[in-house]
Design a protein around this ligand. Structure first.
Ligand SMILES: [Fe+2]
Length: 229
């Protein structure tokens, strides 16, 4: 399915029709300078993804606290970077009081998640898959092929999160192509760490309620979807 053939589209309500930011390899390098991974690319202007912040209008909510739920769309260009690394997001640690869920609208991604306790999960996700991020977890999205990903999260009324990429050091793990297969590697040791899991994410929202619907369903539905009822 191409990015233009998304399975879940709102008939209206799309607020942001142009990208609010384009992330390029050089932006990733700036983040990497603060983290452990140091892969370099010969094409610093290559676009990794286009972000549509507030793709849908923010939805007011009283749960989990007074504030808004935001919905961002990210369009990944896909393909491989240097040294067998797929196109990727920057990766960041979530605030412990933030609830966040993801849904693939088109294409396929691989997400690496590590909880504050060090539990690791790395899984493939296709359209019709929605999942939540554990409290305070690190997450990073890889896109070996072009893909569109929608995510929703609770936030204050300000869109800015200046600490997003400096909240903690990135885990010493990355997805790499090894002998023709994607695998999780330890970068410091330059060695194989584990296989890429192919089963659904542990925190899968298995009834697959599209996030677009969930967002408009109100506080009680959100609370149930995050397992807080
Ligand atoms: Fe996040």
């Amino acid at each position: 399915m191409s990015p233009k053939e998304s399975s879940a589209r709102p008939s209206d309500g799309v607020l942001c029709r142009e990208p609010t930011s384009l992330m390029r390899v050089r932006d990733l390098e700036a983040v990497r300078g603060k983290t452990r991974d140091g892969v370099r690319s010969p094409d610093p202007d290559r676009i990794l993804y286009s972000a549509y912040r507030d793709w849908l209008s923010p939805a007011s909510s009283m749960w989990p606290s007074e504030g808004v739920w935001r919905a961002d769309l990210v369009r990944y260009e896909g393909g491989m970077l240097e040294e067998g690394e797929p196109c990727r997001s920057m990766g960041h640690w979530n605030p412990v009081d933030q609830f966040e869920a993801f849904e693939v609208l088109s294409g396929e991604v691989v997400m690496l998640v590590m909880t504050p306790k060090g539990d690791l999960e790395c899984f493939r996700a296709k359209p019709m898959t929605t999942w939540t991020i554990p409290s305070g977890a690190y997450h990073l999205t890889y896109a070996p092929e072009a893909a569109e990903v929608l995510n929703i999260y609770n936030a204050g009324h300000s869109q800015n999160d200046p600490g997003k990429y400096s909240r903690g050091t990135a885990p010493d793990l990355a997805l790499r192509l090894l002998a023709g297969e994607l695998a999780v590697v330890s970068q410091a040791a330059d060695s194989f760490f584990g296989r890429l899991e192919t089963f659904p994410p542990r925190n899968c929202m298995c009834d697959h309620r599209p996030l677009i619907q969930l967002l408009s369903a109100g506080d009680r539905a959100l609370k149930a979807a995050f397992g807080c009822l």
